[in-house]
Design a protein around this ligand. Structure first.
Ligand SMILES: Nc1ncnc2c1ncn2[C@@H]1O[C@H](COP(=O)(O)OP(=O)(O)OP(=O)(O)O)[C@@H](O)[C@H]1O
Length: 260
């Protein structure tokens, strides 16, 4: 059974059909990247997966069960624009996320708090914010706030991680570091990831599978009549792994074909 089953899903707002005829199954631990024209419904698709909004038609199942109608700890999202708490320090922001993960009451004390502080500090270091732990979020630059919101989401380790252009606003160097971090977490934590990006190269670099969203039906008189769907669903070879069409061959044959 596939981890996620998307069965003929559509989403409309009023008379505007945003997504239509979406059908997809995704295995656990996939890293699905999504590209498509601006406004074609990529963020809407992530909101459907989060459970923040219901589909207008069709069904989404997670682990064989209908997707819960509200977001819960099994699904986390990082938005394009940073969404940190301005009145908390960098460490405070990450600690809050750890507390929410660990404790229903939301506060940790004693040894569990000390462990949470150590974990929060380690996560801040991984996103390059170790030096900024005691700064208030408002004092951080935009790129730093974005890294903080990534840390905040990652520390909760949701099995299904939804990333909406999380690296778009970052400088190239930091972006590269964040790519390494997300790949490491994906591999080590066994996450399943859906990530929207405007950067095709990033999509191919990070994903195990790349989806392209586009409209296949057009009504020139009524552009809102039809929504976008998945027009390409491409398997992507991981670094060091053969592309699927070569996977059945022995390494010498693979090498020969690569250079053919
Ligand atoms: N809550 C809403 N109510 C009405 N229309 C909405 C709502 N949310 C999104 N839309 C519309 O749905 C369409 C798809 O928006 P969405 O943000 O999902 O696209 P996108 O592919 O993520 O765009 P971008 O790449 O620019 O971020 C847009 O036309 C948008 O105006």
């Amino acid at each position: 059974m596939a981890y996620i089953e998307i069965d003929n899903v559509a989403k409309r707002y009023g008379a505007t059909e945003v997504l239509e005829r979406l059908s997809l199954t995704v295995d656990e631990r996939a890293f699905v990247t999504i590209v498509g024209a601006s406004g074609c419904g990529k963020s809407t698709f992530l909101r459907l997966l989060l459970g923040a909004e219901p589909p207008s038609a069709g069904e989404i199942r997670l682990g064989g069960e209908p997707l819960p109608a509200e977001p819960d700890a099994r699904r986390g999202i990082v938005f394009q624009r940073y969404s940190v708490f301005p009145h908390l320090t960098a460490l405070g922001n990450v600690l809050l996320a750890i507390e929410l993960r660990e404790s229903r009451l939301g506060r940790l004390f004693g040894a569990s708090r000390r462990r949470a502080v150590a974990e929060g500090q380690a996560m801040l270091e991984r996103v390059g914010l170790g030096h900024a732990r005691d700064q208030y979020a408002t004092a951080l630059s935009g790129g730093m706030q974005q890294r903080l919101s990534i840390a905040q989401s990652l520390v909760r380790r949701p099995p299904l991680m939804l990333l909406d252009e999380p690296f778009g606003a970052l400088d190239p160097g930091i972006r590269k570091d964040m790519h390494a971090l997300i790949l490491e977490l994906w591999e080590n934590e066994g996450l399943t990831i859906f990530m929207v990006t405007h950067d095709l190269e990033e999509g191919f670099h990070l994903g195990t599978r790349l989806l392209v969203f586009d409209k296949v039906r057009h009504d020139p008189q009524a552009p809102e009549r039809y929504g976008a769907t998945i027009t390409y669903d491409l398997p992507v070879a991981r670094r060091g792994e053969p592309p699927p069409e070569l996977a059945g061959l022995d390494p010498t044959q693979q090498e020969a074909l690569r250079h053919a």
